[in-house]
Every structure is written in C-alpha cells, then in structure tokens.
Design a protein around this ligand. Structure first.
Ligand SMILES: [Zn+2]
Length: 168
C-alpha cells in the first residue's frame, strides 16, 4: 500500500476539538461555545478548522488558536490551517444546549437566547434563573462578575450569588 496517511473523519476532529477548553470556564469546550464553526477538507486533503472569536475584548482567542494547533499536532495532524471567520459575528446564541447545561452545572447561569429576550435590547430588566435552585427571583448586583464577560447576580430565594454569562 502506497496510499498516504488517511485523513481522519471530521467527527474524530470534532472530538479532538472538544478537548480545547475555554480558559475562563474550563467546563466549556470551544465546541460547546460555538467557537469551532467547521471542520473542512479541501480537495487536496488539507484540513481546515474554522473558528469565530467570541468577545473581541477577551484576550483568550490567540491562546485558543495555539491550543488548537498543539492538540491537532499531538494527534498527528500538524498539517492544518486555522481560519478565523469574523462574519457573522459570534453570539452567545451559538452556545450549544450541552454547553448551556454544563454552564448551569458549573454554577453559572447560561446566556438567555436573545431571540427570547428582545427586551434586553431596550434595557428591560432580565429575569435570570438561579443555576443552583432554578428560581428566577434574582437581582443583578454588578454588571461585571468574575470577568468582563459575566455579570454578578444574587438569588433572592437561596441567597446565593452567581455569575451570569452575558448575552452578546
Ligand atoms: Zn437560588
């Protein structure tokens, strides 16, 4: 057999990408977040990973690209290109349901889908369900939580403060 190494199935590539975690929220992978957009092979068999950066203010994107390179190389795929796609811009709506569940289990209220919550755009007060007890009797304590991407809320029922992953 003289055939060159076989390209792994895209599903296998997605599984590798699952191992790249958000540096701020280690339970979330770049797949959960919707940062990893596509796994493509060109006609010549060139592997391409398409990513969309999240918040432009988050310094993590360069690091994530490095991590993607490292992990693909570790898996015997040093020959790949990473394409950054800026349009359409990433929004929290791209976060997968699995990602939202993981976030909740981690104690952070997942972003509300913007389509459900148009009032946000007009400065309406949001009801964010508490990730610990599920009560939506909560209040915002601070617009900024542990990082700029999160807001700090407090549950008025179980009295626990929690982070809310802000919508974009
Ligand atoms: Zn609560």
């Amino acid at each position: 057999m003289t055939s060159p190494r076989k390209n792994p199935d895209p599903a296998a590539i997605w599984a590798i990408l699952e191992q790249v975690k958000d540096p701020e929220i280690p339970v979330l992978s770049i797949v959960d977040l919707g940062i990893a957009r596509a796994v493509n092979y060109s006609d010549g068999g060139q592997l391409e990973i398409v990513i969309s950066p999240t918040y432009s203010g988050c310094p993590a994107m360069y690091m994530l690209e490095q991590q993607i390179r490292e992990i693909l190389t570790e898996h015997g795929l040093p020959d790949h290109i990473i394409t950054t796609r800026l349009s359409p811009a990433w929004t929290t709506d791209w976060m997968t349901e699995q990602g939202r569940d993981k976030l909740r289990a981690y104690g952070i209220a997942p972003p509300e889908k913007t389509s459900h919550n148009k009032s946000v755009l007009f400065g309406g007060q949001k009801k964010i369900p508490c990730p610990k007890c599920g009560s939506d009797n909560s209040e915002q304590i601070s617009e900024f939580g542990s990082t700029a991407c999160k807001a700090l809320y407090r549950c008025l029922d179980c009295k626990e403060p929690f982070d809310y992953f802000k919508c974009l």
